[in-house]
Design a protein around this ligand. Structure first.
Ligand code: PEP
Ligand code: MG
Length: 887
């Protein structure tokens, strides 16, 4: 490929193997729209390869590139019959970034480039509109000086605001050509003062400066943060699109807007968007003017007075609707489109796959299958499993009493409560202290990205449904209310006021991003259900997947939630969690601190009925599905009494002096509890603990049989095994207790005995261990900890440094590391070699991580087990893993 710059109409496009990699998303779509014969203003794309060359050439454009840009400009000049820098009919261009994937609001855009003190007069003459020309010039100075010359925008905003105050007007539209003329002079002075350079008058210097600035913006802080949050590689680079300008701000026959082919919030198949008459693109997205609705229906529903586009420009609206239909059929996906109307002529400025909420993503995918636009397989592959998380979280409990203090636009659904903060830095600071916040801003800008990420929800006073806040929040899955004009924010005093209330920084509010309600205080939430489109998509996913999905649960509530979400069994019931209840902990402490076996047995006898009752309840809920019960695992010190009262209570219960209790506590202290007396090591030292647990479980089984519940085959799991002898001794114990219960009750009991593989030695010796195991369950939390020798409890303090230094791409406690993966794969092969029918699963946190699930499917595990709320995520990820494996 020789050409580094491509005209939108160039036939070279066909030769590109990966057009998006080379031209970026925006460039490819402009070329495609051009080829479909849609009205696209002429232009060209400077490829991502040039971005690479730019950085290699000390952040400068090479001579060769400069010449190619000049040649391409000539082609546009021909197409538009205008000339760049001409004093009669000047060509103006826009310069925009366009990376491989869209990064809304992250990169820089410059409009009206090509204006200077002379061409502005030519533009005025040509359009017979001096006000429009001057307004365009001042906008260009503002944007260019900010993006290219680093002069902060508030310098210009301040001048405009002060001028309006002196003139006694409220709106920019009330300023005339003479006002703008004066302001242009002031702007130029500010530029000279702040940048130590004059505003460039040479149009070619302007162009090369703008192209370079777009390339430089790829390495800006906000782009870096966005890339990190969205796992976008830094070597992709951005392309630059140079396109002839069309104007939505030339008068009342002009407009500009953003429209989605379907509703990005709820997924309904109705066009959805906003437009502004007599405005330029950034007016809609920046949220500085509140835009009008596209359709009559939307306007009526919102009780808005200003005409919709359907009413004000019916002919152009009809044409636009037709084009939206063509685009959606072509891309087979919901599109987010920008358009401009210049003197009643419609121009398409860009199309891209629209960002959407998880709810609408599911609805759109399911609807498109119904409409025969895509297959079920495509629908399943289209949804990001991690995005389901937001669908599985709670909405406001409508039964609770609420105090609505303001309303705004329902920009991104979901409910969130938290302390009010007025700055992104504060949101980030409090998030570091595990405190929930709601970020309240007049409007957000790309500089707020870290705060929006740190906050639980976002509330803005200005801006529409496609404002920066709305788009970014939807992408992140954060609840958001935008354009709540009822709130009046005072940053200095850190308060916002509504007609009746005053809310200070630190006060708690709740926002409901699905309805736009701002509520005082914290509101209870309710759990969502899997139904409708979601359950349909899930059932398609289930048809494709081979991996089973179980859950990690030990309480009846969690077990039930997991079943409702489609869990096919319990992969890990951590029995120690059943010991922590307030009414049981004293008996547990008695058991640990007992000095004699007799005392210990007494305490265990008190615990047995509790364990038995829990098992009965869980077996009943699981209704015949497999349940893996893990025998006690954590270090004993976790249960020890910590304060005076707790020590007193145990002393009384055991009838031992306080001093003795204290010395026993000291004896049990461990320097490194994670590597200490835990797991099966407890079972070796105190077999009576495991015996009680097994007895409780087998007796629970007998009880279930009597009650005629569907029969369960429990899978008894021995934790932290590293040697063959350990599993052998523990298995003998289980069998012994089972035989006793069988004999006593004269019933048949079926069960499996297996082990966790969570220590490197267990993986290495999997063949020997498998002689005594019906199943292996990979405990990847401990396996990651012990393979790296990194404490899972302390890793948070330094893992970020490892990610920043690119030692890890991702936290290995979240996504399986490939070294840990090698151990798992090896143990799988060894285990299967010894025991062909051995059941293999995973129950570490990785069991709910889509990337790790892909790995589990690849090496042929039988199931993954994850927390209840991750079950649907795992079901979808398992289906995708299977579909990708097939391709
Ligand atoms: C594990 O180590 O992966 C595991 C599931 O056990 P726990 O987290 O209880 O140590
Ligand atoms: Mg473990």
């Amino acid at each position: 490929m020789n050409k580094l710059i491509l005209n939108f109409k160039s036939n070279e496009f066909k030769k590109l193997k990966n057009p998006k990699e080379f031209l970026g998303g925006k460039g490819v779509n402009l070329s495609r729209m051009g080829k479909m014969g849609l009205p696209v203003p002429p232009g060209f794309t400077i490829s991502t390869k040039v971005c690479d060359l730019f950085y290699k050439n000390k952040k400068k454009l090479t001579k060769k590139i400069v010449n190619s840009i000049k040649n391409e400009l000539k082609i546009i000049e021909k197409e538009t019959d205008k000339k760049f820098g001409d004093l009669k009919n000047p060509l103006l261009v826009s310069v925009r970034s366009g990376a491989r994937v869209s990064m809304p609001g992250m990169m820089d855009t410059i409009l009206n480039l090509g204006l200077n003190d002379k061409t502005v007069l030519a533009l005025a003459k040509k359009t017979s509109n001096m006000r429009f020309a001057k307004d365009s010039y001042r906008r260009f100075i503002q944007m260019y000086s900010n993006v290219v010359m680093g002069v902060e925008s508030y310098n210009f905003e301040e001048l405009i605001e002060n001028y309006k105050l002196t003139k006694g007007v409220l709106l920019d539209t009330e300023l005339d050509e003479n006002d703008w003329d004066g302001l242009i002079q002031d702007f130029k002075n500010v530029v000279k003062d702040k940048a130590n350079k004059k505003f460039p008058q040479n149009v070619f210097d302007q162009l090369y400066g703008a192209v370079s600035a777009v390339f430089l913006s790829w390495e800006s802080n906000r782009a870096k943060i966005y890339r990190k949050l969205n796992q976008i590689p830094s070597d992709w680079g951005t392309a630059v699109n140079v396109q002839s300008m069309v104007f939505g701000n030339m008068g009342s026959n002009c407009a500009t807007g953003v429209v989605f082919t379907r509703n990005p919030s709820d997924g309904s198949n109705k066009i959805y968007g906003e437009y502004l008459i007599n405005a330029q693109g950034e007016d809609v997205v920046a949220g500085t003017r509140t835009p009008q609705y596209m359709t009559k229906e939307a306007r009526k529903n919102a009780n808005a007075k200003e005409q919709s586009m359907e009413e004000s420009m019916p002919k152009v609206f009809k044409q636009l609707k037709k084009i939206l239909n063509i685009l959606e059929k072509y891309y087979k996906d919901m599109q987010d489109v920008e358009f401009t109307v210049e003197n009643k002529k419609l121009w398409m400025l860009q199309t891209r796959s629209g960002k959407r909420t998880s709810k609408s993503a599911v609805k759109i995918a399911v609807d498109m299958v119904k409409e025969k636009l895509i297959s079920k397989k495509e629908a399943v592959l289209r949804i990001d499993p991690n995005s389901l998380d937001t669908l599985l979280h709670s909405t406001l409990d409508e039964k609770s009493e609420i105090k609505i203090i303001a309303n705004g636009l329902p920009a991104s659904p979901g409910a969130a409560s938290g302390k009010v903060v007025f700055s992104s830095d504060e949101a980030e600071r409090l998030n570091g202290m595990m405190q929930d916040t709601i970020l309240v801003r007049i409007e957000t800008s790309p500089e707020d990205i870290h705060g929006m990420h740190a906050a639980k929800g976002i509330l803005t006073a200005r801006g529409g449904m496609t404002s920066h806040a709305a788009v970014v929040a939807r992408g992140m899955g954060r609840p958001c209310i935008s354009g709540s004009s009822e709130i009046d924010i005072n940053y200095e005093n850190k308060i916002f006021k509504t007609s009746n209330f005053e809310v200070k920084e630190g006060d708690i509010i709740t926002i409901d991003g699905s309805t736009g309600r701002v509520i005082l205080g914290k509101v209870p939430t309710v759990k969502p259900e899997i139904s409708g489109d979601f359950s349909k998509l899930m059932s398609w996913a289930d048809d494709f997947r081979k991996l089973k999905v179980r859950t990690n649960a030990e309480t009846p509530t969690d077990t039930k939630t997991a079943r409702d979400f489609g869990a096919e069994g319990i992969g890990l019931c951590r029995t120690e969690h059943m010991f922590f209840d307030e009414d049981r902990i004293l008996s547990v402490r008695e058991m640990i601190l007992s000095k004699t076996k007799e005392d210990r047995n007494k305490a265990l006898a008190k615990l047995l009925p509790y364990q038995k009752k829990d098992f009965i309840e869980i077996f009943k809920i699981m209704n015949g599905l497999p349940v893996t019960v893990r025998l006690l695992d954590p270090p004993l010190h976790e249960f020890l009494p910590k304060n005076e009262k707790e020590i007193n209570d145990v002393s009384k219960a055991l009838d031992l002096p306080i001093k003795e209790i204290e010395s026993r506590i000291n004896e049990l202290h461990e320097h490194n509890p994670m590597l200490g007396h835990r797991g099966c090591r407890l079972g070796i030292s105190f077999p009576e603990i495991y015996e009680m647990q097994c007895k409780a479980m087998f007796e629970a089984l007998v009880e279930c049989k009597k009650k005629k519940y569907k029969s369960i085959i429990p899978e008894i799991m021995i934790p932290l095994v590293s040697t063959e002898a350990e599993i052998k001794i523990m298995k003998d114990l289980v069998v012994r207790v089972a035989n006793r219960v069988k004999k006593k009750n004269k019933v048949k009991i079926d069960y499996l005995v297996g082990t966790m593989i969570e220590l490197p030695r267990a993986a290495l010796k999997a063949k020997d261990i498998a002689k005594h195991a019906d199943f292996f369950s990979f405990g990847t939390n401990d396996l990651t900890q012990t393979t790296f020798g990194i404490s899972r409890d302390d890793s948070g303090k330094f893992l970020n440094d490892y990610i920043e230094n690119k030692i890890f791409d991702i936290d290995p406690f979240i996504s399986i590391d490939d070294g840990v993966g090698d151990l798992i794969e090896m143990a799988t092969l060894k285990g299967r070699k010894q025991n062909k029918s051995i059941k293999l699963g995973i129950c570490g946190e990785h069991g709910g991580d889509p990337k790790s699930i892909k790995f589990c499917a690849k090496i042929g595990l039988n199931y993954v087990s994850c927390s209840p709320y991750r079950v649907p995520v795992a079901r979808l990820a398992a289906a995708q893993a299977q579909l990708i494996k097939k391709n």
